[in-house]
Design a protein around this ligand. Structure first.
Ligand SMILES: C=C(O[C@@H]1C=C(C(=O)O)C=C[C@H]1O)C(=O)O
Length: 98
C-alpha cells in the first residue's frame, strides 16, 4: 500500500465513523419526533381533530427550506424528506382515529 492509498484509507475510515455517529443521531432524533407526534395523534383523536393540518405543514416546509438554504442543503431534498415523514405521521394519526 502506498502512502497516498494509506492516507486515503484513513480519511475514508474517519468519514465513515462520523457518518455512523450522524446516522445514530438521525435515528434517535426521528424516534423522539415520533414520540411527540404520537402524543399529538392521541390529542387529535380524543378532541375530534383531523389527522392532518395543511396550514401547519405549509409553515414547517417554508421554515425547513429556509434552514436548508442556511445549512447549504438542497431545499428540494429537505422538503421531500419532511413530506415523507409527515405522511407517515398522518398515517399514524389516521390509525388513532379508527
Ligand atoms: C404533528 C401534527 O400532525 C400532522 C403531522 C405534522 C408533522 O409531522 O410535523 C404536521 C402537521 C400535521 O399534518 C400536527 O398537527 O402538529
Amino acid at each position: 500500500m502506498t502512502d497516498t492509498t494509506a492516507r486515503a484509507a484513513d480519511l475514508l475510515k474517519g468519514h465513515r465513523e462520523s457518518i455512523d455517529r450522524l446516522d445514530a443521531i438521525l435515528v434517535f432524533t426521528l424516534a423522539e419526533r415520533f414520540k411527540h407526534t404520537q402524543g399529538v395523534g392521541v390529542l387529535k383523536a380524543t378532541h375530534d381533530l383531523p389527522p392532518s393540518d395543511p396550514a401547519r405543514e405549509e409553515k414547517q416546509i417554508a421554515r425547513l427550506r429556509d434552514l436548508a438554504n442556511e445549512a447549504d442543503l438542497d431545499p428540494e431534498f429537505a422538503e421531500k424528506f419532511l413530506n415523507f415523514i409527515i405522511q407517515e405521521v398522518i398515517k399514524h394519526h389516521e390509525r388513532h382515529q379508527s
